[in-house]
Design a protein around this ligand. Structure first.
Ligand code: ARG
Length: 471
């Protein structure tokens, strides 16, 4: 026998064991796990598989384990492979052999995905509230700057004047859709797989519907095999998060750009910025840069999980354990990031004078073409004629509004003295009074509508429960 043989084998086993252990990250499922187990103990008693006394013993024991977690007194043991084995091991220490009855007909396969759904539903509620907080910050800021006209951009070139509030509200609606989508993901997350067993279903006649209802689910999964292996709800949640993250990232990038000296439109509050260790004058919008940067991470987790899932054969496979770190990381990221985003908006200094100073009257060229349209010139022609006026003004080194009437009339006789009234940014904005337009009245109406949809309805409300397709 080689000298190191035994030791080597033991070392390898230890490594593989550590490789497979998940308790270091699934520890946070303890509350959902215990809640699920208490409901399962009740279901076992209802099915006559354990006595009411045994049920009470199990529930009392599980509550004690929960209290230990909450007091930070739970001690992870080397054999606690995951949160499910850890809780059951401790339950056995507390209540004795009856603990061995809790797992009757249950598998960690239906247990883990039940826990994950319960946990995720709780976090979705936290995220929904954080989103409402961000929407609230946007609406308040928009309301306090209703008079401010700024350049609007396409291709990062000045395009047409906009109200600053209109720009800001364009993000409100993105986050509103994110909130709606979250409710949609929640509906499909609120389906209970418990009772699916390892893959074939529970053989002891437990009442799955009662179990599901007790845990706050609104439906039971329709197929035990699908029940244990379905991670669509995690993918959907990550996809939801990725798109939300894209919105946050675009908001951040725009504000980073606008806080640069070349624009100088906004200034991030000191509380959301940092300095440089070398250059004393620097004020960097770090909070916003991280909001932009987190995009890579969150999108990466979605791609990662899809890649893990795509090659799996039917049934539970240990690969599915990879769902958790991705999910937890995304939840942690967004639960910090959304309040930061709200804070940046709430405290943002808006330099209206800088926005006004760079308004270029060529942004009113479209209004000038519209002026000709109102005089009967077809738009395609008026567009071309105003283009010529812009070129002529540039040749003469003049702003468009300083081009003499004779020059305008040489381009087209429909130009008259009243054309100069077009060169008024406020007037331009006011003409866009169509629903969804940038006129102050339209933006005020938009804000009113936003306040209406910004209700504080929880995603577990009765209304959203009813819309589920299963029960
Ligand atoms: N820790 C495992 C997971 O996260 C729990 C399920 C284990 N099931 C099994 N058959 N090994 O997926």
């Amino acid at each position: 026998m080689v000298l190191w043989g035994g030791r080597f084998a033991a070392e390898t086993d230890e490594l593989v064991r550590r490789f497979g252990d998940s308790i270091r990250f699934d520890y946070r499922l303890y509350e959902a796990d215990i809640r699920g187990s208490i409901a399962y103990a009740r279901a076992l008693a209802r099915a006559g598989l354990i006595t009411p006394e045994e049920r009470n013993q199990l529930i009392a024991g599980l509550e004690q384990v929960r209290a230990e977690f909450e007091a930070g007194a739970f001690q992870v043991q080397p054999d606690d492979e995951d949160i499910h084995t850890g809780v059951e091991r401790r339950l056995g220490e507390l209540v004795g052999p009856v603990a061995g009855k809790l797992h009757t007909g249950r598998s960690r396969n239906d247990q883990v995905t039940t826990d994950l759904r319960l946990y995720l539903l709780g976090e979705m509620e936290v995220l929904r509230e954080a989103l409402v907080g961000l929407q609230g910050a946007i609406v308040e800021k928009a309301e306090t700057h209703l008079d401010l006209v700024m350049p609007g951009y396409t291709h990062l070139q000045q395009a047409q004047p906009l109200l600053f509030s209109h720009w800001l509200m364009s993000f409100f609606w993105k986050f509103q859709r994110d909130r709606e989508r979250l409710g949609d993901v929640a509906r499909r997350t609120r389906v209970c797989p418990l009772g699916s067993g390892a893959l074939a279903g529970n053989p002891f006649g437990i009442d799955r519907r009662a179990l599901a209802a007790e845990l706050g689910f609104s439906a039971v999964s329709a197929n035990s095999l699908d029940g244990v292996e379905d991670r669509d709800y995690v993918v959907e949640f990550l996809a939801w998060a990725a798109l939300l993250q894209v919105h946050l990232s675009r908001l951040a990038e725009t504000l980073i750009l606008w806080s640069s000296r070349a624009f100088g439109f906004v200034e991030v509050d000191d509380a959301y910025a940092t300095g440089s260790s070398l250059m004393p004058q620097k004020k960097n919008p770090d909070g916003l840069e991280l909001m932009r940067g987190k995009g890579g991470r969150v999108i990466g987790h979605l791609t990662g999980l899809l890649t893990t899932l795509k090659g799996l054969p039917s049934g539970y496979n240990k690969d599915l354990q990879e769902d958790k770190e991705a999910l937890f990381d995304v939840i942690d990221t967004l639960e910090m990031e959304l309040p930061v985003a709200a804070g940046v908006i709430r405290t943002l200094k808006v330099h209206g004078d800088r926005m006004t100073a760079v308004l270029d009257d060529r942004m009113l060229a479209t209004d000038l073409a519209d002026y000709l349209v109102r005089k009967g010139v077809p738009f395609r022609q008026s567009h071309h004629l105003v283009g010529r006026a812009v070129r002529r003004a540039e040749e003469l080194g003049l702003p468009l509004k300083a081009l003499p009437l004779a020059e305008y009339q040489a381009i087209h006789p429909a130009f008259a003295d009243d054309l100069y009234a077009v060169f008024d940014f406020r007037r331009s904005v006011e003409t866009r009074s169509v629903e969804g337009g940038t006129s102050p009245a339209a933006v005020r109406a938009q804000i009113e509508e936003a306040r209406k949809v910004m209700t504080n309805e929880s995603i577990t409300s009765e209304q959203s429960k009813r819309s589920t397709q299963y029960l």
